[in-house]
Design a protein around this ligand. Sequence first.
Ligand code: 4AD
Ligand code: MG
Length: 431
Amino acid sequence: MKHTDIKALAGQVDASVTVLGWVVTTRTSGKIAFVVVRDGSGYLQCVVSKRDVTEEVWARLADLAQEASIRVVGTVRADPRQAGGVELTVTDLTIIGPSVDFPISPKEHGTSFLFEHRHLWLRSRKQVAIAKVRHRVFQAIHDFFDGRGFSHVSTPILTGSIGEEAGNLFATEYFDLGQAYLAQTGQLYVEAACAALGRVYCFGPTFRAEKSKTRRHLTEFWMVEPEVAFADSEDNMRLQEDFVSYLVARALDQCGEELKELERDLAPLERVVPPFPRISYTDAVATLNRLGSDLVWGHDLGGDDETLLCKEYDRPIFVKNYPKEVKAFYMKENPDDPRTVLNNDCLAPEGFGEIIGGSQREDDHDRLLARIVAQGLDPNAYGWYLDLRKYGTFPHSGFGLGVERTVAWICGVPHIRETIAFPRQIHRLYP
Ligand code: 4AD
Ligand code: MG
């Protein structure tokens, strides 16, 4: 259908154009009406003067409800007070699809009401801004790895081997082969691809039947997982700080309008540049104890611990070398302290916490087998994974960045459920 995107109107001052979109707000004062329209590319104020339009068109304004879809014809006028620098002087307006009693009004609604109406709530200004930032982050992820010679590998969602914790799997019957699990991670498969291609990443939805109801947990979330051959734990952290800084810089560069809409304080984002401070888990426990946490060595950091620790720094941090017991079987033992592993988490500031988990992988066949057995996993399911340590084993490292947590941090929205179009949580499968 012939029309012009709102975003393109700035270059079309004085032209007569057709715009297709949805009504955001309407306001009439006497012989003049203001209709704000959204088309996904931007927002446009349309000005209707009674004297410039037919009586029929003027009468239609009475039916012009929030979220009706419309076709507007008019002349583009420069107006520096408007967000896009233009407004439209309307000559014709038709309703494509009416919208009677749109459930989400500009007044305040409760969270559960909004999530029940998520399919409609997606249209609101703030949600549109978050969706745009998310899109930019996805694009930036591919650009970053492409620019560094990585190949994108698609790893399976239906899997036979448990990648992370056995406790939080979604299982489904799989023909005559017993149970398949929805992937918690693509890592094990991307490690195999790493030996073929050197530098690889997978990027897809991952699933965890976590009973956590925190603002940082979904049961379905997107994770990007690079894996690098002949990279150790130090190389791994350098890649992570470059990557995170790149994502933030791209958002600052490309999402100015969205971040403004979200009222995001940009100062903390502007400080996101390498190097990120590196703190050992053992030192982190000591610092946290000094700050009042009762965390005991050997336990994982909780969300509150992460927030408390991050307050000591002005940018994201790495906490490295966690105790073996709290981390996954595939992490390589730390030769300097065998109670710990060569891993790191990357914690985002301002209370957002862990956005990355990464590690150097165990590349010794027998040690890896021992770890699989010790964790009560079935070695037969890992035959193929152990093969990677039999045929040309190689030091390698990688990490996983949670996209929703990263977008939440960049946008400054406290709960990650707003950063994905249709969040999946323990108590939410509708819509
Ligand atoms: O630390 P995790 O569990 O690491 C892995 O899955 C590794 N296999 C990654 C790798 O080395 N290739 O998860 C990585 C990240 C977390 O830091 C977090 O950002 C995100 O995934 N994440 C979640 N995001 C939302 N909801 C959940 N339930 C999440 N669990 C993990
Ligand atoms: Mg983790």
